[in-house]
Design a protein around this ligand. Structure first.
Ligand code: DOR
Ligand code: ZN
Length: 349
């Protein structure tokens, strides 16, 4: 019997990253080159301090991102609006009409980093959601329950049951992206509601499970929200990402923090995955024998969902060991890279 020869190079349309935290100031300057080197466009998360809640703030942030790009970079930031209890539907609609933002982000208040200005009750943004539904503007959701009684590993599934199902029913025309899904139930839910719902999947949720967080000791750099779940969920996410299904696409959720803020008594959530993202995704698709679907996940499904053309440029990934540094410098601090200083089986040419 002859075995099929392994694929050693793959050329795909240039990918986009549909979920990125670029931060601001020195951190922005330090992390942006990694995202811009791999991705043509990225949806930029608005959870700065203070959050991006106005057209003016989004325009100014976009200008700061463009100014921080390395010379010759070809990268387009797609801005989002951070929803609060006080968001004005007119501001939302105007920013969308002017092309300042492409979507709005719903953080349930307190759900994650810089989410304390988020929405305390969906009833407070009923008018905003109705307007978004009318104008076709997408809603991006951090889908975790903030009920303190709910176990941290159940927060995504409880959010789906208690909040998302009702939200889809109340706004049947609203297009929703459930961000960084972490459970089999979320993948099944999105597939079953693919006319209205899509999901992004991160590299780290395809590579680690909740046991990884405690492998040989506490691993603060693997802690993010939603927190990684059991192995069976990781396997379900791999099936979803590599399926080629149009409702699943690439979103790294790269979320850099200074190492000191993570290696702390109360360390914050977020993995800095941008430098190794594409190599990690390629590894996963290769391990799942699904490299033929990598372009759909990385470069086609996202643009189709957002009604944008796919990128014309192509990139080539090779089966050749690459290695990123363990960390990058940030003034006196450092930012630790997910899978940094480890051999990666794939390289971006
Ligand atoms: O782990 C996370 N970090 N999850 C989020 O939702 C936010 C992000 C951040 O901004 O650091
Ligand atoms: Zn995020």
């Amino acid at each position: 019997m002859t075995m099929p020869s392994a694929i050693d190079t793959i050329t795909i349309r240039r990918p986009d990253d549909w979920h990125v935290h670029l931060r601001d100031g020195a951190m922005l300057a330090a992390v942006l080159p990694f995202t811009a080197a791999q991705f043509a466009r990225a949806i930029i998360m608005p959870n700065l301090t203070p959050p991006i809640t106005t057209i003016e703030a989004a325009r100014a942030y976009r200008e700061r991102i463009l100014a921080a790009l390395p010379p010759g970079a070809n990268f387009q930031p797609l801005m989002t609006c951070y929803l609060t209890d006080h968001t004005d539907p007119d501001e939302i609609a105007q920013g969308y009409a002017e092309g300042v933002w492409v979507a709005a982000k719903l953080y349930p208040a307190g759900a994650t980093t810089n989410a304390h200005h988020g929405v305390t009750d969906l009833a407070n943004i009923g008018g905003v959601l109705a307007r978004m539904e009318r104008i076709g503007m997408h809603l991006l959701i951090h889908g975790e329950s903030t009920d303190p009684e709910v176990d941290i590993f159940d927060r995504e599934s409880v959010f789906i049951e208690r909040t998302l199902i009702g939200l889809l029913r109340a706004h049947p025309g609203l297009r929703i992206v459930l961000e960084h899904i972490t459970t089999e139930g979320a993948a099944d839910f999105v597939r079953a509601h693919a006319n209205q719902c899509a999901a992004t999947i991160t590299p780290h949720h395809l590579l680690i499970n909740r046991t990884s967080l405690f492998q040989g000791g506490l691993r603060p750099h693997l802690y993010c929200l939603p927190v990684a779940k059991r192995e069976r969920h990781r396997l379900a996410l791999r099936r979803a990402a590599t399926s080629g299904d149009a409702c699943f696409f690439l979103g790294t959720d790269t979320a850099p923090h200074p190492a000191g803020a993570k290696e702390a008594a109360c360390g914050c959530a977020g993995c800095f995955v941008a430098p190794t993202a594409l190599a990690c995704y390629a590894q996963v698709f290769d391990e799942e024998n699904a490299l033929a679907n990598l372009e759909k996940f990385a470069s086609l499904n996202g643009p189709a969902w957002y009604g944008l053309p796919p990128n014309e440029a192509r990139v080539t990934l090779r089966r050749a060991t690459s290695r990123q540094p363990a960390e990058i410098a940030l003034g006196d601090e450092r930012v630790v890279i997910f899978r940094g200083d480890e051999p990666l089986a794939w390289s971006l040419s």
